[in-house]
Design a protein around this ligand. Structure first.
Ligand code: DGT
Ligand code: CA
Ligand code: CA
Ligand code: ZN
Length: 583
């Protein structure tokens, strides 16, 4: 297959990792990392440009790396990379996926014991030799062992954000086939689950054999796992499994409904059908013996729900958490949509650890049709993220005010800060400076291991602070990488309801925090949600899509999500929250 920008980025990242193991100059390593980022986010066809040797002058790709990328694009090989990698098996890259194990430790383990795979790492941890290495000790080895166990327990699980583009591509390809009359992605992906085990597709067709053949021989198939007349399972080159069902047009709504799940939703729906005298399965709805009544016509999924006396239930809600009862009583929520959002608040720029400038971020938000964008760069204690000190933040506020004067269409940047909640619950800036901001996002970025009681008190103190507008990524989880820290979420929700503090639904697909399972409760207690992309570059504003999906899974309506408010109302709301200031 032809080279893609992802292939480029992967090679550059792996070079950086191996250079790190070799103890190379940090600037050189940084150059490869930057180039990988640039390649991934560049707006033109970077692969074609590399092939034609036209990379010169692109910011983030130096001359030497440009030459190497040209070689890779033109010949499919990069001599530097091939030479570098001969000393290391590919399994060494697994080590970088383990929490608690950084490049320095990997290098030490590799140099001392030749550790070059997770299997070998387990051995040296178990035998006790790792703990004896300088800079290690029992405690850090215990952390590594925990990291290995976590990774193993999540093997075969994928983040929604990492598979969404693949799913869309496969669906598009299925729909393009002339024998396809209808096609949809099903399963946990369609339900918008934050992680999925595989991708499921359902196709309506008169020629299932042709669709199965087409699916099994697509260019991205690495392996055909199982193949029948009407179904097929494959593994993609990226590693994820995909299941296909090809059904008749008449069975399609039933098959789509069944394979969308969840299993629990299916079971409850089938019970409902039985009560009404039908048996329901993935092929259709049939009257129970002896009943012999007419079967309502079902052309699409909505008809199926209506046939059972229910309003149509959005896939996001199908987790059997009360949606069937609500649908029976006409009480399903009208769920928030991406198009309802008018702005968003938690975003970074090059001032801290973002990749795009303030102006560029604002332009991107305007392009998306948003009326306002909040900038909340890190505060000074987050030094690893280049957090802003008082002077730099004041300069940024001034720059935001200046830019606001230049927008003739009324677009507005709100000046905020993602302020660290320090270990003792105090905030990283004093009240005077916080008072100069339009809003404050308060987040925990360190001391994750505090006991639950202490962590909860720490966060509650921020909630009680009159200048805190919203809590950022409340639990700190990183999906498939780091568990949420211990915190009593219910108590935080109650405090937020009482103080009018908003809770963020962080839409970054690594976080999706606060988890959708909490939102119905939060909403019922009167807490407002704010969907934020936590964007570190322009393209990350697209994360809002994932945030909206999670909000839908949490039963949230337009009126529950504050950033659906128009600019005018939002200005009033913020001013009222932090009284005495004009924005
Ligand atoms: P996952 O684990 O992320 O792939 O989650 P799903 O929900 O996509 O699960 P999957 O792919 O095993 O199956 C797709 C759907 O098929 C599932 O949501 C519901 C339906 N299904 C699968 N097995 C059963 C079952 O034993 N009983 C019922 N009622 N439905 C099932
Ligand atoms: Ca699935
Ligand atoms: Ca499946
Ligand atoms: Zn943060």
């Amino acid at each position: 297959m032809a080279m893609t920008r992802e292939d480029f980025a992967e090679v550059l990242r792996r070079i950086a990792l191996l250079l790190e193991l070799k103890g190379e100059n940090p600037f050189k390593i940084r150059a490869y990392r930057n180039a990988a980022e640039t390649v991934e986010t560049f707006s033109g066809d970077i692969v074609a440009m590399a092939r034609e040797n036209r990379l010169e002058g692109i910011k983030g790709i130096g001359e030497a790396i440009a030459g190497k990328l040209h070689e890779l694009a033109a010949t499919g090989r990069m001599e530097f990379w091939e030479k570098l990698r001969v000393d290391f098996p590919d399994s060494i890259f697994e080590l970088f996926e383990i929490t608690g194990l950084g490049p320095k430790k990997i290098k030490a383990l590799h140099d001392a014991f030749g550790v070059d795979s997770v299997a070998r790492l387990k051995e040296v941890c178990a035998s006790g030799v790792a703990a004896a290495l300088p800079g290690f000790g029992e405690k850090s080895v215990a952390k590594i062992v925990e990291g290995i166990a976590y990774r193993e327990s999540h093997a075969g699980v994928w983040r929604l954000g990492d598979v969404a583009a693949m799913a869309a591509e496969i669906l598009e390809m299925l729909r393009a086939h002339p024998a396809t009359s209808r096609a949809e992605a099903a399963g946990s992906f369609r339900r918008g689950k934050e992680t999925v085990r595989d991708l499921d597709f359902v196709v309506a067709t008169k020629h299932p054999g042709e669709i199965v053949e087409y699916f099994a021989t697509a260019p991205w198939v690495a392996e055909v796992l199982a193949r029948g007349e009407t179904k097929c399972s494959i593994r993609l080159e990226e590693g994820i499994q995909c299941d296909l069902r090809a059904v008749s047009n008449a069975s399609y709504p039933f098959a789509l409904n069944y394979f969308t799940g969840s299993k629990e939703h299916n079971v409850a729906l089938r019970a409902r059908a039985l009560k009404r005298g039908y048996s329901l399965n993935e092929y259709g709805l049939t009257p129970l013996e002896g009943d012999g009544g007419a079967v309502p016509e079902v052309f699409e999924e909505g008809d199926l729900y209506r046939a059972l006396g229910l309003d149509a239930i959005d896939p996001a809600l199908r987790e059997n958490t009360g949606e069937i009862e609500a649908a029976g009583e006409g009480e399903l929520p009208v769920l928030v949509e991406l198009a309802n959002l008018r702005g968003t608040f938690h975003n970074h720029t090059t001032a801290s650890d973002g990749r795009d400038s303030l102006e560029a971020m604002a332009e991107a938000a305007r392009d998306l049709g948003l009326q306002y964008l909040g900038i909340a760069d890190h505060s000074k204690s987050s030094f690893q993220a280049n957090g802003l000190d008082e002077d730099r933040l004041r300069a940024q506020i001034a720059e935001i005010r200046r830019l606001n004067g230049t927008y003739e269409d009324g677009f507005r940047i709100f000046a905020g800060s993602e302020v660290d909640i320090l270990r003792d619950g105090s905030l990283d800036f004093d009240d005077a400076l916080l008072g100069e901001l339009d809003y404050v996002v308060a987040s925990v970025h360190n001391a994750f291991q505090l006991p639950e009681e202490e962590m909860t008190e720490r966060i509650l103190q921020a909630v009680e602070h009159p200048r805190v507008t919203m809590l950022g990524h409340l639990t700190g989880r990183l999906l498939l990488q780091r568990e949420a820290y211990a915190v009593n979420i219910e108590r935080v929700i109650e405090a937020c309801a009482r103080t009018g503090t908003w809770i963020e639904l962080n839409a970054n697909p690594w976080r999706l925090d606060l988890d959708w399972r909490w939102w119905k409760l939060a909403r019922d207690r009167g807490v407002k949600c704010v969907i934020n992309p936590d964007a570190h570059r322009r393209a990350d504003l697209q994360f809002l899509h994932f945030g909206v999906l999670q909000a839908r899974k949490g039963w949230l309506r337009r009126e529950d999500v504050v950033n659906c408010l128009s600019l005018e109302t939002m200005r009033e709301r913020l001013a009222a929250k932090h009284s005495g200031r004009t924005l």
